[in-house]
Design a protein around this ligand. Structure first.
Ligand SMILES: Nc1ncnc2c1ncn2[C@@H]1O[C@H](COP(=O)(O)OP(=O)(O)O)[C@@H](O)[C@H]1O
Ligand SMILES: [Mg+2]
Length: 312
């Protein structure tokens, strides 16, 4: 008998449109590989819909808040339904860039120096106090981003102190915490990891964006960015990145799949930026491209993720 998969996409986050795109393509691949698929949106009727549908497994094609941050994973645990990808804790940790960086540092991984500004700290000692602390501890240019957000939403590069305040206030539109980091100049790369008990790193992908920054437009507009596999970096940096992706995956306790973003400097230092627990899954997304280079085509990749979920 065919396995029944409930595919959840859409949702309430800033990344709804990206999720719908992922959802359509994942659905196609699931049907192609012989699964029986029901597509559901993340809304108030979800629990009723899941109880009626009684799937064998849930494929979460959501990004950001409620889908990727552990909330939905907790709900599915309560309902006793297996799902693709990481559990509650790993999902919540990966969504929080500042906390995950603390864990990466414990594993010996290099991370950009940072200062975390909370909305609460703005009351006492105020934005001036936060800016003073940033000036004292970090060297410009800086990257200002919401601590828990994806798709480069709310992120700005700041070259001088006079632009810092606006960038912080802008990032606060998306989160209660804002992460201010030193800008790392170099080659942007990303590394996927697949597997449960013995996860393996995929080939390292280099990302070249027309704008220089891998922003929302570069991520989702055809022609605005290029994936180069294998990444044109030194053998040392290549190994460091694959090893770093496995370390970060394990440090957060990820399962089945993750994708870690890095920047390699001209001096061959490899800095990790973040881990994504539900990376983009359209046919032209980063992980599907890297998997293809490793001999796994898109439908097989999607089927493998379902198998890994059922193995839990
Ligand atoms: N510290 C940094 N130095 C240089 N570029 C950065 C830095 N942080 C983020 N970026 C750029 O912004 C993009 C998005 O940042 P990232 O931390 O991966 O957040 P997300 O992908 O969740 O929005 C990166 O892919 C990179 O192009
Ligand atoms: Mg990223």
């Amino acid at each position: 008998m065919k396995n029944k998969v409930a595919l959840i996409c859409g949702g309430k986050s800033e990344e709804r449109e990206v999720s719908l795109l992922t959802g359509r393509q994942v659905r196609g691949a699931l049907i192609e590989t012989g699964f029986d698929v029901t597509t559901l949106d993340l809304n108030d009727n979800l629990v009723t819909a899941l109880k009626e549908d009684r799937p064998d497994v849930v494929f979460i094609a959501l990004h950001g808040k409620y889908g990727e941050d552990g909330c939905l994973q907790g709900l599915l645990d309560i309902l006793g339904l297996p799902y693709v990808g990481s559990g509650v804790l790993a999902s919540a940790l990966a969504m929080n860039k500042a906390i995950s960086k603390k864990l990466f540092r414990l594993e010996g991984l290099l991370c950009p120096k940072d200062v975390l500004v909370s909305r609460y700290s703005l009351q006492q000692p105020g934005l001036e106090g936060a800016i003073e602390q940033i000036d004292k501890n970090l060297t410009y240019p800086l990257v200002v981003k919401p601590n828990k957000q994806g798709s480069t939403i709310g992120l700005m590069v700041v070259r001088t102190r006079c632009d810092l305040e606006n960038a912080i206030l802008y990032a606060f539109k998306y989160d209660d915490e804002v992460l201010v980091e030193e800008f790392i100049s170099g080659t942007e790369i990303t590394v996927g990891v697949l597997g449960n008990d013995e996860p393996q790193a995929l080939p390292v992908t280099e990302i070249r964006s027309v704008t220089g920054l891998y922003d929302y437009e570069a991520k989702y507009t055809p022609g605005m960015s290029e994936h180069i596999i294998p990444a044109q970096i030194s053998d040392f940096a290549y190994r460091t990145a694959q090893d770093g992706a496995l370390k970060s995956h394990r440090a957060l306790g990820c399962r089945s799949i993750s994708r870690s973003d890095f920047i390699v400097t001209p001096g061959d230092k490899t800095y990790i930026l973040e881990v994504n627990t539900i990376p983009g899954m359209t046919r032209t997304s980063l992980i599907p491209d890297a998997a293809k280079a490793a001999g796994i085509d898109f439908p097989d990749l999607i089927a493998l993720l379902v198998e890994l979920a059922l193995e839990k």
